[in-house]
Design a protein around this ligand. Structure first.
Ligand code: HEM
Length: 176
């Protein structure tokens, strides 16, 4: 649930930035960009929930498939994905909290506008939010490519586990 709902929201979120880059100041871009803060905030909340869930399930994670090198690359790739999924929205939320313009999410004013801008809160996002956001975009594209490679070229259990969950044991097979 967490994986696929976030996949959908990331698709939406990256549509907002791709349109902002390719179709700036058009009606469709303004519509999508108007959702960037709210969808980004939702992703931030979901990734925190997912991190807690993932840490609580560390002992139940299936082993990565393939050679030792591939397994290590998969572990590092997933770690980078998680770190960026936490860092990218966190930086932007800190900036919104500290830039004096406030933060509005789904029409709810979470941080009121006003006050002096605080450079300690705004500078990290000014420097890194866009760059790390695009880095996350590239990593997610790699993640999708590798999932397809597992499913279509290696034909192992990875893609099936991602779509249908873990393999059922003999007991649940009997009940089918
Ligand atoms: C996981 C969630 C998010 C992703 C993947 C993401 C991604 C991005 C990317 C790639 C850009 C650069 C666009 C460009 O180069 O034109 C960007 C810009 C921006 N984002 Fe996000 N964002 C996320 C969450 C948020 C949140 C929660 C906020 C506000 C609280 C926010 C506010 C902004 C702003 C103001 C900009 C324009 C200034 C800049 O480039 O730093 N983003 N975002």
């Amino acid at each position: 649930m967490l994986h696929w709902s976030m996949a959908l929201l990331f698709t939406w979120q990256f549509t907002t930035v791709v349109l902002s880059a390719l179709a700036h100041d058009t009606a469709v871009e303004r519509f999508f960009w108007g959702t960037h803060y709210s969808v980004g905030f939702t992703l931030w909340a979901l990734v925190l929930l997912r991190a807690v869930w993932g840490l609580s399930q560390l002992k139940h994670r299936p082993p990565h498939e393939g050679s030792r090198l591939l397994q290590r690359a998969a572990t590092l790739g997933h770690l980078a994905l998680y770190l960026l999924m936490v860092i990218v929205p966190s930086l932007a939320i800190l900036r919104a909290a500290g830039n004096g313009r406030g933060l509005r999410v789904y029409g709810i004013q979470l941080v009121a506008p006003g006050g002096e801008a605080n450079p300690a809160l705004t500078a990290p996002a000014n420097l890194l939010h866009g760059f790390l956001g695009w880095t996350l975009f590239v990593l997610i594209a790699g993640h999708i490519a590798m999932a397809l490679w597992h499913g279509l070229v290696r034909r192992d259990a990875t893609l099936r586990r991602m779509t249908r969950g873990p393999e059922r044991g003999p007991r649940s097979l009997r009940s089918v």
